[in-house]
Design a binder for this molecule. Structure first.
Ligand code: PEP
Ligand code: MG
Length: 313
């Protein structure tokens, strides 16, 4: 992509033939949200609420949480903001919400699972989100991380709807991708976290440099789970986004849109490149790229097949 195209990107993103794709930003606080506005993100696709509290020994009060969330809602007033409830545990340990001494923290009590024994932290966080929403007259979308079953999605949806907010779940576990259609009977949207979905699909630690070839988001098995999830969304008429690192790769963004993904959320710094790249291809080309990537034997072959297809077009 030429430098002029990047500098000129102002969103909202569409394919060359006008198919709208929301290009959103992953942020962790108000400052990040304001930077995302400057990068022409259409909204926030992933507010990682736990990151602001990583150094905290104690659970932040409802007031303190509400203040932080309100800053993000204000930065994108009238636009889409997707807030994720605390994803504590494993690679994001929170002193006040993580069990000590788990043998396998990535397979342990993390994400939504912290509500199993005691749902107080989740309830207070949702109260804080609702308070911030009232104070800023906004209607944030709220999603849970590490959902694995339909019952978890149903339980979370009830808590969120009860507060007048819009419920969704992340697709980070293969069981959730396989049941995407059933999860959508309970929630209004899905967001695929490709970082964890890769880790759990390929059974390879997302932090292991030695296994980076396995957690590559171009792995055909990962793309197949994205396809299943996006198709469920199309069947039910509900949005399905991608908010993992995969969404920051402009070439892969073309494939994801071809698979039926309706929004992409990435680091603010990657927003212009992704948005501008999508503007260079038609939706039919995205679909052809998706088919080529799915059919490839491995990530390298997938990348070169898509590059060749785009060069030929
Ligand atoms: C993901 O798992 O892809 C994701 C977006 O969440 P995180 O990276 O914060 O686990
Ligand atoms: Mg994750």
């Amino acid at each position: 992509i030429a430098a002029e195209a990047l500098a000129g990107y102002e969103g909202p993103a569409t394919t060359r033939d006008g198919h709208a794709v929301q290009v959103l930003a992953n942020v962790q606080d108000g400052a990040g949200a304001r930077a995302a506005v400057a990068a022409h993100a259409e909204g926030v696709g992933l507010l990682r609420t736990e990151l602001a509290f990583l150094g905290h020994a104690d659970e932040p009060s409802v007031e303190e949480q509400a203040k932080g969330y309100a800053e993000v809602f204000e930065a994108f007033a009238g636009r889409k903001v997707v807030l994720r409830t605390l994803d504590a545990g494993s690679d994001k340990p929170l002193a006040f919400a993580t069990l000590p001494d788990e043998a396998n923290p990535a397979l342990g009590v993390r994400g939504l699972r912290i509500a199993r024994q005691d749902d107080g932290i989740l309830e207070r966080q949702l109260d804080a989100v609702a308070q911030a929403a009232r104070e800023t007259a906004s209607t944030p979308w709220v999603m849970a991380p590490m959902v694995a079953t339909e019952a978890e999605a149903a339980d979370f949806a009830a808590r969120v709807r009860g507060r007048g907010l819009v419920p969704g779940v992340m697709i980070e576990v293969p069981s959730a991708a396989l049941l995407a259609g059933r999860l959508l009977d309970h929630v209004d949207f899905l967001s695929i976290g490709t970082n964890d979905l890769s880790q759990y699909t390929l059974a390879a630690d997302r932090l292991s440099a030695d296994l980076a070839d396995l957690t590559d988001p171009w792995q055909p098995a990962l793309l197949e789970l994205v396809r299943i999830t996006a198709e469920a969304g199309q069947r039910k008429g509900k949005p399905v986004g991608v908010c993992g690192e995969a969404a920051a790769d402009p070439l892969l963004a073309i494939v994801l849109v071809g698979l039926g993904i309706t929004s992409l959320s990435c680091a603010a710094s990657a927003v212009p490149a992704v948005g501008a790249r999508l503007g260079t291809v038609d939706l039919a080309t995205c679909r052809a790229a998706a088919a080529a990537a799915l059919a490839a034997a491995d990530p390298q072959e997938a990348r070169s097949a898509v590059r060749e297809l785009l060069d030929a077009g």
